[in-house]
Design a protein around this ligand. Structure first.
Ligand SMILES: NC(=O)c1ccc[n+]([C@@H]2O[C@H](COP(=O)([O-])OP(=O)(O)OC[C@H]3O[C@@H](n4cnc5c(N)ncnc54)[C@H](OP(=O)(O)O)[C@@H]3O)[C@@H](O)[C@H]2O)c1
Length: 256
């Protein structure tokens, strides 16, 4: 069960090999989380993430496989992850959605890559969250934490395919949160600026950058406060509010 400070004992991570998810899992395990289900596509990377979670103190770590390009399989993946959590911990306190693919500038004219980015960043996550929400509703309690991005707030030329998919997922998550009001299940949206992880490898630093540990600490604090939106760093909230007012001619000159 979720404790009085909002911290989960049992978590399902969709995107269990994500660097940000890894930092968040470590932070959760350092508090109260004892059971973790890591769902992802690559068996070796999942095993490595599972070993890290165990070393941090998780008592039960299970692995579920899925490919986010297979949207028709999303409900099965969520069902399997919930079944593993039920076996280990008797329920699911937290679902963390960390799947995503960043598009790069050179890829923007490739239709197959656009389909891949949009499917893995929006279609699969939205489908999986729909199933997770239904299962949590049946259970009667739980949190869903969605890793969105400041990129969803105002699209940039450099990664507009990814940003458009994140904007879709962010809007979906706001709607899901409304749909779940009064059910005992809550959705929290995390909007980080750029973080050095394998997703952003080789990219220059950008305004509103942070670190995986800063994101993890913000998520833990957000679980405690119940804030519907968690900005990392917190100043990103005001910066992105202003950014939405900047004329496009000026916006395209902002580095990042
Ligand atoms: N890093 C940032 O600057 C930043 C900023 C804001 C928001 N975010 C969001 O935070 C989340 C985590 O990102 P991260 O920075 O931790 O990057 P990451 O380590 O690359 O994590 C991305 C996750 O998505 C998974 N994934 C991608 N395609 C998949 C597929 N076809 N099937 C199954 N899983 C797939 C990856 O699996 P593999 O390990 O197998 O590749 C990985 O677990 C993402 O949603 C990202 O959009 C990141």
């Amino acid at each position: 069960m979720i404790d009085a400070l909002g911290q989960p004992q049992s978590a399902v991570v969709l995107g269990g090999t994500s660097d940000l998810a890894g930092a968040i899992v470590q932070a959760l395990v350092r508090r109260r989380c004892r059971s973790v289900v890591l769902a992802g596509r690559d068996e070796q990377r999942l095993a490595a993430s599972a070993a890290t979670a165990s070393a941090a103190g998780a008592e039960h770590v299970s692995i579920v496989r899925f490919d986010a390009l297979d949207v028709g399989d999303a409900a099965r993946a969520v069902d399997d992850a919930f079944a593993a959590a039920l076996d280990a911990a008797g329920g699911v306190d937290l679902v963390l959605l960390a799947v995503g693919v960043l598009s790069r500038e050179r890829e923007e004219l490739d239709p197959a890559r656009t389909a891949e980015v949009v499917t893995a960043t929006y279609s699969w996550p939205a489908t999986a969250l729909t199933r997770a929400a239904a299962l949590l509703r049946e259970q009667g309690y739980g949190r869903i934490v969605v890793l969105s991005s400041v990129a969803a707030m105002r699209v940039r030329r450099q990664n507009f395919v990814y940003a458009s998919a994140k904007a879709g997922l962010d809007t979906f998550s706001v709607g899901l949160s409304e749909a779940l009001r009064g059910t005992g299940v809550a959705v929290q949206i995390v909007r980080p600026g750029r973080v050095p992880t394998k997703m952003t490898e080789g990219l220059p630093s950008a305004p509103m950058s942070s670190t995986p540990d800063a994101v993890a600490d913000a998520v833990v604090a957000g679980l405690e406060s119940g804030a519907p939106v968690i900005w990392v760093p917190p100043a990103a909230r005001w910066a992105m509010g202003l950014a939405r007012l900047v004329p496009q001619a000026l916006w395209r000159r902002v580095p990042g």
